[in-house]
Design a protein around this ligand. Structure first.
Ligand code: UTP
Length: 308
C-alpha cells in the first residue's frame, strides 16, 4: 500500500479525534527587569496598556478563543494579579452607591469571565520551568500558553487562529512572526520545513534556537508568546537543563519535543506589540489608544498637534 501523501490533509484525517484545548496557562512569575523600577514592587503583568493590565488582555484572548479555565503561574510579589481577577465586594458597593453602572459591570465581568486558578513558581528559573510548575494543573491534556508580554490585536484572536490549526493538525503549535534580522537575538528562532499545502501559514518546525546571534540564526522567523502544547512537553521539560541565561528555556524543551512529535509554526494574522519592552509598550499604547472610540479622535488630534 502507498504511504499517505505528506501534508495537512493526511494529518487531519489521522487527528480527527485530537483532544480539545480546555486550559490556558499564563506564566507571570518573571522578574520583569526590563521595566524596572516600575516592576520593583508590582508585577509587570499588571502594567496597563491604557486602562487594562497586560494579564487581562491575555485572559480575554483565551476566553475569546473559547477557553474557560485559565491557570496563572505566579511568584513572589504577584498578589495584585490574584486581586485583579477576584470579586471586589467593597468596590462594587461603592460603584453601585455612586450609580457608576459602566465600571461596575466591567469590574463584575472581570471576576466572572473565566475560572482562574493559580500555581506558584517559587523561584523564577525560566519560562520552561514556569510551564513545568503547571503540570499537575494541566494533567494529561493538550493546553494553550499565552504570554501577557505579547499583546496581539487581531480580528480573530491569535489563540483562536492557532486552535483552528491545532484541530487540523493535532500537534503542538507555536505562534510565529518574521522579525528584523537585527532582533533575532531576542527570540526563539525557527528553522521551518516547507509550508503546508493546505494553509501556507503553517509550516513544520525542523529546529529552534533560543536567542541566536544574527549569524547563528537559522531564519528570522521568531516564536511569539502563544503556544498550543501537547502533554509531551512535560517529559521534554524534565530532561531540559538550564540553558541561555541559566534559565530552563521553553524553546530548548520544544527542541527536544520535535525529536519525538511534530511541532508546527503558525504565522498568525494580527498586530503584535512586545509590551515587555519599553518601546513596544509605547507603540502598543499609542496604536490601541488611536483605535478606541472614547479616546481615538482626541488623541489623534493631539498627536497631529505635536508636528513631529
Ligand atoms: P521574560 O523573558 O519576558 O522575562 O519572560 P521577565 O522576567 O518577565 O522579564 P525581563 O526580561 O526580566 O524584563 C517571558 C514570560 O515568562 C514568564 C514571565 O512572567 C513572562 O510572562 N516567566 C519568565 C515566568 O513565569 N517565570 C520565569 O522564571 C521566567
Amino acid at each position: 500500500m502507498n504511504e499517505p501523501p505528506p501534508g495537512a490533509r493526511a494529518t487531519r484525517e489521522r487527528n480527527a479525534g485530537a483532544a480539545p484545548i480546555r486550559r490556558a496557562v499564563l506564566p507571570a512569575a518573571g522578574w520583569g527587569t526590563r521595566f524596572l523600577p516600575a516592576t520593583k514592587a508590582q508585577p509587570k503583568e499588571m502594567l496597563p496598556l491604557i486602562d487594562k493590565p497586560l494579564i487581562q488582555y491575555a485572559v480575554e484572548e483565551a476566553v475569546d478563543s473559547g477557553i474557560r479555565h485559565v491557570t496563572i503561574v505566579t511568584g513572589r510579589g504577584k498578589d495584585a494579579i490574584e486581586g485583579h481577577f477576584d470579586v471586589s465586594g467593597e468596590l462594587e458597593t461603592v460603584l453601585a452607591e455612586r450609580g457608576r453602572t459602566d465600571p461596575l459591570e466591567e469590574i463584575r465581568r472581570i471576576s466572572n469571565m473565566a475560572r482562574v486558578t493559580y500555581v506558584r513558581q517559587r523561584q523564577a528559573l525560566g519560562l520552561g520551568h514556569a510551564i513545568a510548575c503547571a503540570r499537575d494543573a494541566v494533567g494529561d491534556e493538550p493546553f494553550a500558553v499565552v504570554l501577557g508580554d505579547d499583546v496581539i490585536d487581531a480580528d480573530v484572536p491569535c489563540l483562536a487562529q492557532m486552535m483552528a490549526a491545532y484541530r487540523a493538525l493535532g500537534c503542538s503549535i507555536v505562534a510565529a512572526s518574521e522579525v528584523p534580522p537585527s532582533e533575532v537575538s531576542r527570540y526563539g528562532i525557527v528553522r521551518e520545513g516547507p509550508a503546508d499545502a493546505d494553509d501556507p501559514r503553517r509550516a513544520r518546525v525542523e529546529d529552534v534556537v533560543e536567542k541566536p546571534s544574527p549569524t547563528e540564526a537559522p531564519s528570522n522567523l521568531a516564536i511569539i508568546g502563544r503556544y498550543i502544547l501537547t502533554p509531551g512537553i512535560f517529559a521534554a521539560l524534565e530532561e531540559t537543563p538550564p540553558g541561555r541565561g541559566g534559565e530552563i528555556q521553553l524553546t530548548d524543551a520544544i527542541r527536544r519535543l520535535i525529536e519525538t512529535e511534530p511541532v508546527y509554526a503558525y504565522r498568525f494574522e494580527g498586530a503584535r506589540y512586545d509590551a515587555g519592552d519599553k518601546l513596544g509598550f509605547l507603540k502598543g499604547t499609542v496604536e490601541l489608544a488611536l483605535k478606541r472610540d472614547d479616546l481615538g479622535a482626541e488623541f489623534r488630534e493631539y498627536l497631529e498637534s505635536l508636528k513631529l
